[in-house]
Design a protein around this ligand. Sequence first.
Ligand code: C2O
Ligand code: CU
Length: 482
Amino acid sequence: ERAMLTRRTVLGTGLAAGLAAPFAGIVAGHAATSGPARTIRIRPAPADVRLVPEPYGLTPTWCFNGAVPGPELRLLPGEPVRIEVENGLAEATTVHWHGLRVPNAMDGVPHLTQPPIEPGERFVYEFAAPDAGTYWYHPHMRSHEQVGRGLAGPLIVEEPSPPRVDRELVWMLDDWRLTQAARITDDFGSPRDLSHNGRVGNTVTINGRVPDAVPVRPGERLRLRLINGANARIFALDFGDQRPLVIALDGQPVTPHEPPDGLVTLGPAMRADLILDIAGTAGTRSAVIDRFYRGSDYRLVDLALDGEPLRAGPPDWPIALPSNGLPEPDVKTATRHDVVFNGGMMGGMVMQQMGAGGGTMPEPPAMRDMMMAGRMWFINGVAATGHLMEPVMTLERGRSHVIAMTNATAWHHPIHLHGHSFRVLSRNGEPTRHREWQDTVLMAPRERVEIAFVADNPGDWMFHCHILEHQAAGMMGVIRVA
Ligand code: C2O
Ligand code: CU
């Protein structure tokens, strides 16, 4: 079981600050926000892990420190850390700190921000996470296979004074394509996955296990941190009898609200923090169901209510999180940019034509050649396949920018920008209700989404679909801030 040490329990048991974590278990935060950097070690390597309960066997995976997910890293805002990565894989890798606004050289993108970490080599990441929130880390090298085989872990930046709750749970969701013998299928990067909705699997895990019922106590207040670590699976979670309130998206605080249509929708890489006041009586169960894939609802887990009610009604403790103080984009004076996403299968044909504002399409090669070359998806007419990439756009540093994005495909895409969080201004011309900050925004087929942010972090930043098969098949580019 994954016991969770909090910063508070570590301090309570008198463990010293500066604790270096061993190559296993949990890395707990400490209270210092200045002074010498704490060292954390993570080692990606193959390991056999129990994802599925007996009588199934162990699953050979690639993972961090021998566990799926990797160790839960807990930091404080501004706390300097040194993260030593030793590559125990048979192939090169890197680690990306998804959603953290770190300096470009620490962003973990091979060939763009650092050389790949070759087998047996080490790389040291040094940064201080600026913003409290729920994040995660994963390789950025052949991600569709490296992440798909288990390389991912949660990264929590704690608020210095978090809102009061009875219990905090982190649920890292993942989705696997397993054989009857609980082995990961080897069909990574199949043409079908590349050109359709990615490698959607057949087995969902929470924190690396097909979950048993989760015991909860009537009346207790939970903070649930959800992380979608899947390659391609989109979750639309229905909490049934429970009434979650969303208090953060992609780590950034949002006005507390009930999820739209009662569903907590998370594309790959997206996170949500929920407040859950457990309603119902002891002895009953409350199911959490993924309703994203119509006609194939997936019963993710049951909450098993047990024990005397903790209190009569929900406590009146405040739940709004303090703002991280991100720079506010000035939409009126912002520079505007257009991005069009094309490609993918539709009616058996790879969509090649460009939408408005998308520039000129290079002479389209025959569909078969294109698929053989793995080019299925385009950003403004370009399908990235190598690692030498001309920027899709260059943003003037320090200025506000609006990017108007059009999804001209028949598929969903969670679009991720590195190095920044952005406000989601509108969808199909309608202003969003909460102008939420995100680092990954899920775009529905044919949807138009406008985002805005201050380009304050200089460097070349990846801009890509987080369905990792789409990324592998061309749906990525570089946004330069200079
Ligand atoms: Cu979660 Cu470019 O990554
Ligand atoms: Cu995509």
